[in-house]
Design a protein around this ligand. Structure first.
Ligand SMILES: Cc1cc2nc3c(=O)[nH]c(=O)nc-3n(C[C@H](O)[C@H](O)[C@H](O)COP(=O)(O)OP(=O)(O)OC[C@H]3O[C@@H](n4cnc5c(N)ncnc54)[C@H](O)[C@@H]3O)c2cc1C
Length: 453
């Protein structure tokens, strides 16, 4: 065999797996067909957060006036932002490549596909490997409606030549919500269209309600319980017909309606690898596919599509196979963030998922900064504690710095912290975070409202 391990895909999952396995002394090859670092670095988390920063700076300029700064919010130069972002990403691409080279992995800048369970075609070259890891990620999809080809998806949003004046984003998931914050913050007339009563299905109800208010406070026009019917081009403008029979004139229609695994053309059937209906590769708890020496990690398995999960899986597979350190990745209590403006972060279960009797503590307040800036913005925090064990079951926050705060609290929760542990922790003052350790008054008990209804 040419390699002990061959990794298909140089994204978060694949690069980590190849690098660690090569570090353990395995003969490793890795193929990437497009860009090193994959979705996260090039068209996901990283550029997205730069664009969120850009939108927030405009708001900070407005807020500064309350603090005595004689500054006005000037014009934003979109091409300058995109060029700065591209420069930083090129630097990150280089780092990824260098890490792989330093670890001793052999690099192939080509598309790979299975010929059989041990043989790959990599850019026309036949390559054999003892073990193979599929880490091909996913891509966004558009709904099948007339005129869908006139729209963009998140991949395109990072390379628009100019900031559109009017944007219609379809989809109330985290990508839709984040881009609504970006476009509105940079000054575009922004509409968010989603088929649920509230954005961010699956998140805690109070957070969803708070987010809907925050989006509106930022000037985003919300179209709840609404789906798109068709798009027609009218000169430069797009006419977006909606299920409520209205027609929205806009410059850009942006579908943020979901992602599917990258499996087309991979030749999975030639290797005998089983996939679900949407293409997701089925894996067991060791991340092995239906073919025991072939593994799948990251978004291509479509379970919890987050970069830290993808890297943790890549690392675990490499350690298990070549590091003499077999281990599994737990998907329980994975903290997540939504980089809306303001952001959201959460770990553990929602109130709707909490067992009967669980104690719920909620606080909602104007962050200190905005008592002076005058910006109408609220922070919301919620703790859910088990009635019998007192263990913290869920922590939720909508507000500035939420992802930074919840990352620390996730450690406490993973370690099994109780509400009493939170109560005996001394706060850091003056912060928003200290509210999490001073939540004394119980807001409600899960199930009580139903009993009283
Ligand atoms: C807009 C957006 C924002 C996001 N924001 C966040 C965030 O804030 N936080 C977070 O944790 N996650 C975020 N994510 C999710 C995160 O990007 C993914 O979970 C992560 O990138 C998954 O890594 P992966 O390695 O599984 O796949 P990818 O990063 O997609 O990498 C797969 C790679 O495989 C390559 N490939 C595919 N097929 C082949 C082939 N046949 N041969 C060779 N190469 C191939 C692709 O070119 C790609 O580079 C975001 C995603 C998007 C789209």
């Amino acid at each position: 065999m040419d390699f002990d391990l061959f990794v298909i895909g140089g994204g978060s999952a694949g690069v980590r797996c190849a690098r660690i396995a090569a570090g353990h002394g395995a003969r490793v090859g890795i193929a990437e067909q497009r860009f090193w670092g994959g979705t996260c670095v090039n068209i996901g988390c990283v550029p997205k957060k730069f664009m969120v920063f850009a939108a927030e700076y405009g708001m900070s300029a407005e807020d500064a006036r309350g603090f005595g700064w004689d500054i006005a919010r000037g014009a934003h130069h979109w091409p300058q932002l995109i060029a700065a972002k591209d420069k930083e990403i090129a630097r990150l691409n280089e780092i990824y490549l260098r890490l792989l080279n330093q670890a001793g992995a052999q690099i192939f800048e080509a598309k790979a596909r299975f010929i059989d369970a041990h043989t790959l075609d990599v850019g026309g070259e036949r390559i054999t490997a003892e073990r193979i890891v599929v880490a091909t990620g996913g891509h966004p999809v558009r709904p099948d409606i007339p005129g869908a080809e006139l729209s963009i998806v998140s991949d395109d949003a990072f390379y628009l030549p100019a900031l559109p004046k009017r944007v219609a984003i379809i989809g109330g998931g985290y990508i839709g919500v984040e881009f609504a914050g970006i476009f509105a913050g940079l000054g575009a007339e922004t509409h968010l269209i989603y088929r649920q009563p509230l954005p961010l299905r699956g998140f805690d109800e109070d957070i969803r309600l708070g987010l809907a208010d925050a989006l509106q406070a930022n000037g985003v026009v919300l179209h709840r319980d609404t789906t798109p019917e068709s798009i027609a081009a009218e000169g430069e403008e797009k006419a977006l017909a909606l299920s409520d029979l209205s027609v929205l004139g806009t410059d850009l229609v942006f579908f943020a309606t979901g992602r599917v695994p990258n499996v087309t053309g991979l030749g999975l059937e030639a290797a005998g690898i089983k996939v679900a209906e949407n293409g997701a590769i089925a894996v067991n708890e060791d991340l092995a596919t239906s073919v025991p020496h072939i593994y799948a990690i990251g978004d291509v398995t479509d379970r919890l599509n987050l970069t830290p999960v993808a890297t943790a899986e890549g690392h675990a597979v490499a350690d298990s196979l070549f590091g003499n350190r077999p281990r599994k990745v737990s998907l329980a209590n994975v903290p997540t963030a939504v980089f809306s403006i303001p952001p959201i972060a959460t770990v553990g279960i929602t109130e709707a998922e909490a067992p009967q009797g669980a104690r719920v503590f909620v606080t909602r307040f104007t962050p200190m900064r905005h008592n002076i800036s005058g910006r109408p913005r609220k922070t919301l925090m919620k703790l859910i504690a088990d009635a019998t064990t007192d263990k913290i079951l869920g922590i939720h926050m909508l507000g500035e710095d939420a992802p930074e705060i919840i990352q620390g609290l996730a450690v406490a929760m993973t370690a099994g912290a109780t509400k009493a542990d939170f109560d005996r922790t001394i706060g850091i003052h003056p912060t928003a975070a200290e509210e999490f350790v001073t939540l004394r008054t119980q807001t409600r008990i899960v199930g009580d409202e139903i009993a009283g209804a």
